[in-house]
Every structure is written in C-alpha cells, then in structure tokens.
Ligand binder design. Sequence first.
Ligand code: PLP
Length: 344
Amino acid sequence: MPRLYFDANATTPPHPEAAEAVQRAMVEDWANPTSTHREGQRARYRLEEARREIAGSLGVPPSELVFCASATEALHLLLRGLQPALGDRPAAVFPGEHSACLNPLRDWSRVTWLPELPAGSATVIQMAANNETGILYDMPSVLDAVPIKDCAQAWGKVPVDLSDCDAAVFSGHKVGGPRGVALLWMRPGLPWEALMEGPQERRRRGGTEDLPAILGLAAALRHLTERQAANGALAPIRDAFEAEILSWNRDLEVIGQGSLRLPNTSCVLFRGRNGEGLSASLDLAGFAVSTGSACHSGSVKPSHAITTLGYSLEDARSVLRFSMLPDTQPDDVAALAAVLKRLT
Ligand code: PLP
C-alpha cells in the first residue's frame, strides 16, 4: 500500500505547475533582478510580474508585498521592525501563536495574552487559524493598536480577510508552493524599520530574491481557488473520521470539535496514550502524521497551543494532529481509522 500523508499543516507537496515553474526558472530566470544588464532586467520584469499576480490574488497593492524566505522570517522582520517604535507599549498576543511569532516578541517590554488587552497596547497579534487544532479566530478590534494576522495556516483552506488588519504573513509551502518563499504584507505608514539592509524589496528586505521560488509560488496560486474549494470539501470526510473514532469509546477527544475549524484538520487527544509512540507506530504502518506543530517534532516538549486551551501537559503529550491534503480521499481516511483502531 502506498504511504498516506496526513501532515499538510506542516508542509504540502508543490503543485506540479509550481515545480515546473521553479525548474524552468532555474534555467531561464537565474539572473539577479538587481543587476542592470539585460539578463537582470529580464529577471526584474519576471519578479515584478509575479508580485503583481500574487498581490492581485490577495487583493492588495503589489508595492505593499515583501518577498521573504519563510513566514518565520516575515514575522521576525515585522515584529522586530516595529519594536523600536512600539516596543515600550504592550503587545497583546494570542497565547496559542506559533513560536515563529512568539520568539521575536522577546525584545518587547511587555507581552500580554489575549483576551487580556491592556490600555495602550501597541499591537494585537492573532493567527487566523491555529496550526495544531485548526481552530479559526477573529481579529479582536482595538483602537490605536496595529492588528497583525498570521495567515500561514488559513491561506488556501478558508477565505482570508485582510480588511481587519494592517499587516499579515503568508507561507508559500503550505499552499502548494515551493519552500523558500513567503510574504510579508504591510499597509503603508506603519512605524516600521527594516532589519536586513540592502536595496532589494524597496529596502525592506535585503538579499537577492529567490526568483525561481517566487515564480513557483505564483504558479501555485493560480490554483488557489480550486485548492480552497478542495480543502472545503474535506470537512465532511474529516467529520466522518471523527465520528468513527469517537464511536469506539476509547477515551478519545477531538480538540476544538465544537469550534469553527480548518476543514482539513483533526486534532485528537488519545487520553493515556503517548502521542510520540503512536505517531511512530503509524509511521511504520505507512501513515505520516504529526504530534503537534512540525517545529515540536523530535522534541518531547508538549505543545503550548494545546495547554493554553486548558489541557494538562500529560494530555498535550497524547495529542496527534491529522491534517489532510486537498486531494485526500474518503478511502485514505478510512484506512487511517482502521489502523488507529488496531493501534489504540
Ligand atoms: N505561522 C503558523 C501558524 C504556522 O503554522 C507556521 C508553520 O507551521 C509558521 C507561521 C511558520 O511558517 P514557515 O514554515 O514558512 O516559516
């Protein structure tokens, strides 16, 4: 039996057209977009063409998009770049945020956890969807604070609304794009300073742009609408999977089941079981799953995204995340359920 991949929230295989676009660009568009000769100008033209296309798909002006290498980098540039002007006021942050967002806040004088919102907060940071539970979140509205949205997981799975925020980040490899490309979007006028000096990206992110990866992302995004529809169609498959495993009465719980969630994600607490051990057994049986966010795999540190929901450390160690690719079939999920029934 072929292996089955249930870890789409960690990364996705590149769309075939994205892989083809990268390969072609490595041969045809390898020049440096900052060079002034004809080769460089051609690369510059291709870069700006891709920026216009990608910005169009997000509904933002191209000039407001900064190409980065990862959403982690985009969050670091954004938060550390706002810190000199705003960092002496509180940052109100969703406690289940990804570590890519929490780490760059270390330089801020004060970080409070939403829903606590101290008067005078400088920024409010809220992920649109949690990578582990799939739970969807609204942006709290706070006057005089810069609202920042982490769209890394929501993009391509549910509609993303940028009207209620001033800055947002997106990750290419979660939507069928290649690794090595991500987006930082900022409205003009934010009190933000560039950290990586250099002429590229209008001096907002120095370093030669990874044009092949950017062209690969543009190719993947041509399929974003169908990807989102295919992800949306996973909800009944996911719900049937959850109904099946809960029917066994084995002290299982679906975390966030009563909340609005990403349609591809099922976060299951196997109470009393060791999540690492269970995921290793599933791996041997041919199923790739995650015990939490990919960044925690390999370490036994329980996921804070689970404990902030009120679960114990022991419970957090007993969680598996199943996240489906858009083309996951009901039979794939039935095979997963059958193996889980045997292993639990
Ligand atoms: N934000 C969220 C919600 C994520 O799930 C991830 C990756 O899992 C990131 C940020 C970081 O993305 P990247 O892998 O592009 O650095």
